[in-house]
Write a protein that binds this ligand. Sequence first.
Ligand code: ADP
Length: 335
Amino acid sequence: MTTQVISKEPTNSPPVSKYSKDRKVGEGTYAVVYLGNQIATKRKIAIKEIKTGIFKDGLDMSAIREVKYLQELKHANVIELIDVFSGTNNLNLVLEFLPCDLEVLIKDTSVVFKSSDIKSWLLMTLRGVHHCHRNFILHRDLKPNNLLLAPDGELKIADFGLARSLGNANEDLSSNVVTRWYRSPELLFGAKHYSVAVDMWSVGIIFAELMLRTPYLPGKDDVDQLDVTFRALGTPTELIWPNVSSLPLYNALRVYPPPSRQELRNRFSAATEKALDLLISMTQLDPSRRCDLTQALLHDFFVESPRPTEPADLPKKKEKVKEEDEESDTKRRKF
Ligand code: ADP
């Protein structure tokens, strides 16, 4: 059992009796991540150090969100928040240490993916996101780089800095969420009211990326993202997405026809018919037609052969990443 104690420390170092803080392993937009140890258990941990005091209200909203939501979410496929402690100018999240992520693996051409591996990663992602949605939390930044991999092969959803409670349906939400390539059409059109379908879209695009081994919809900027998305999936019209033209950023768009089943089959040549069905259902342009997490988890794709690979048997990164490389890798992966 772990406790979530917020212990006041006068310095920037972790409570000496509880954790050791070793080398830096990553850097995000608002935090530096260190490898450490939980002294009592010798368990490897990650300490995410978030600078505070640089924001006018003292604490970054992302940090507050991350702590709040991770405390609420306990699931095999969501990263575990072990502890939180504060220093003079920072807040430290003690997280389970997860040495790899799905993006690193997708890019590692020496690693071969079997269709049962892809099914397993997709299933673990869906289970984690389903748990978030059942607890009325939207992640809003799902991408391969935020799907971390434990040494035992379990996939864990991380980085809840953009997450949000699914509260009042009338409340305006920001459409400037989700890393561009994984952003749903309603967000690209500036929708202020949206729901679980934005996460479902991101998972669909990740599923496509796992099959293609390259990003599916890599827009260069926000305008290009619309073009890339609709060139691949067809331009939405009032016929297939009623009221789409009333969304704030909806504009006269170049009209692309929807892809035929054969086109999709050619694009995803190794996908079974059921895999294609699921992908099509997850990437419906109209969010009200997109499947939800329960429907995705119950899809026939997960029943047909082959069975999802057991997490322990999933491929791992071949060579051990050198310490210095890990850091520069992390920086390269951000955009
Ligand atoms: P930000 O929210 O600022 O983007 P992240 O949570 O993405 O920060 O963390 C930055 C980087 O640190 C990640 O890309 C990853 O390489 C590394 N990292 C984050 N959490 C862990 C963890 N639990 N175990 C190992 N490395 C981690």
